[in-house]
Ligand binder design. Structure first.
Ligand code: BGC
Length: 442
């Protein structure tokens, strides 16, 4: 590479660093917009934040019983059992995991729900459970739905690349109930329909009353928090001081400084114009952002001598996990399909991965800061944020970069915001919500 090409590379990298930078001043501006959108969403005005009430408060820790949960996340299904001891301890029981065949996420809705019911059937079989005994099943459904009751809700729109036909606008607990009936599993009662963030908050606050936020940083991203029912102007409350958990659906937040790569990714996605924050933060999109930047640099002749390796050509072929491996100390580029690339090229790809992931972590930290300061503007109290999802749990340095941002914003008050990992929290938490609902019926 001659000197001028080397200079072009360095220039482009510094431009990228600027485009993917989120300063603490930028984070503060986002927080102001976020509060504005929260307020509008609660008031029923046009807003990118849907602010959906779950119609349940946080658990008290005294709920008890045994429940099953079916957790439909972004890439996997989990079926699990959990028992609650009434003393803040939820003990996970047997669990089975199933990968969702890609074609089911975009095929006929009935086929997807039949697969869910078949997964529950396989769980019964694998763990030799009595298929004649009645069970309460909580459905952790990681998509935006309009709750109609504790165990009923209408899917507003698919996210995370799902597009199964005939499901948007439908009541999804009923779709599951019908699929279970088609398999003859009449012994299962769908007892709660719970967004994964609400499950995560329920799991966190069952054990720790200071927990007041549930966050998912995985294939998708979102959060929920406890709100005074009276502030949900669009759902008149019987008792305004009662607490209800609100699913923010923050993945759709859109008052953000987007760059050309963000705009192009959005336009080419299955849901253009939607889930703009999710497309900058969550695991489903980080690899794709990285891939697009690398392709653009290659097109300018600044990488791979201008000829893109086949591994860069397929949309969504790069995952966040591949990026983490490439930008980590071991510099493992096999997942990105770049093992044979020149060392100098790999160094730049690694740097691109780091820039994309760093902005994602800082945006995630910003969104958490926005919700915590909505609850407690001067950070007078301690807050625990329960967080589930592979990006948080497995991406090296991600939680630390979120913490750095909080430190920049709040100095010595930042430690008042504690992160607690809620591994598999959404499934167990959905079971806890089923228990909360059962307790309120008694
Ligand atoms: C969905 C949310 C969900 C989040 C995390 C988003 O795409 O809209 O409902 O909580 O992913 O799974």
């Amino acid at each position: 590479m001659n000197n001028s090409a080397a200079r072009d590379r360095t220039d482009l990298l510094s431009r990228l660093a600027r485009e993917f930078q989120l300063s603490s001043g930028g984070a503060r501006e986002i927080i102001v917009h976020f509060h504005d959108e929260m307020r509008r969403g609660l008031a029923g005005e046009a807003s990118s934040l849907k602010m959906l009430p779950a119609f349940v408060p946080r658990p008290r820790g005294t709920e008890r019983g045994s429940f099953l949960a079916l957790d439909l996340g972004g890439t996997n299904i989990r079926v699990l059992a959990a028992s609650l001891d009434g003393n803040g301890r939820a003990t996970p029981g047997p669990v089975s995991r199933f990968a969702i065949p890609r074609e089911l996420t975009t095929g006929a809705g009935d086929a997807l729900f039949d697969f869910l019911a078949a997964s529950v059937g396989a769980f019964f079989h694998d763990h030799r459970l009595d298929a004649c005994r009645p069970y309460d099943l909580a459905f952790a459904f990681s998509f935006p739905f309009l709750p109609l009751a504790v165990a009923a809700g209408r899917l507003l729109s698919w996210t995370k690349g799902f597009a199964a036909a005939g499901v948007e606008g439908q009541e999804v607990a009923a779709l599951l109930r019908n699929a279970l009936r088609r398999r003859g599993m009449e012994n299962l009662r769908v007892a709660a329909l719970v967004n994964d963030t609400v499950g995560t908050l329920a799991a966190g606050s069952y054990a720790d009353p200071a927990c007041d936020m549930g966050v998912i940083l995985g294939t998708g991203t979102n959060a929920c928090y406890p709100e005074r029912a009276g502030r949900l102007v669009k759902y008149p409350a019987a008792a305004p001081e009662d607490e209800t958990i609100v699913n923010i659906e923050w993945g759709n937040f859109d008052r953000l400084p987007a760059n050309d790569y963000d705009r192009e990714l959005d336009l080419a996605s299955a849901n253009p114009g939607r889930q703009r924050l999710e497309k900058m933060v969550s695991g489903m999109y980080l690899g794709e952002l990285g891939r697009r930047i690398v392709l653009a640099m290659t097109a300018r002749g600044l990488l791979f001598r201008g000829a893109a390796p086949p591994a860069c050509l397929e949309p969504y072929a790069w995952t966040a996990e591949h990026m983490a491996l490439a930008s980590g100390d071991a510099g493992d580029f096999s997942g990105l399909g770049l093992t044979g690339a020149a060392t100098a090229d790999k160094r730049i790809v690694g740097e691109i991965c780091r820039l994309v992931a760093r902005r994602a972590a800082r945006l995630a930290g910003t969104a958490i800061a926005a919700v915590v300061t909505w609850l407690d503007p001067a950070l007078d109290m301690a807050h625990t944020v329960a967080i589930d999802g592979a990006l948080f749990a497995k991406y090296p340095g991600f939680p630390e970069q979120m913490r750095t941002l909080l430190g920049e914003l709040y100095g010595d008050r930042a430690p008042r915001i504690a992160f607690t990992p809620a591994r598999d929290g959404s499934g167990i938490g959905a079971a806890i919500v089923a228990a909360v609902a059962a307790a309120s019926r008694e």
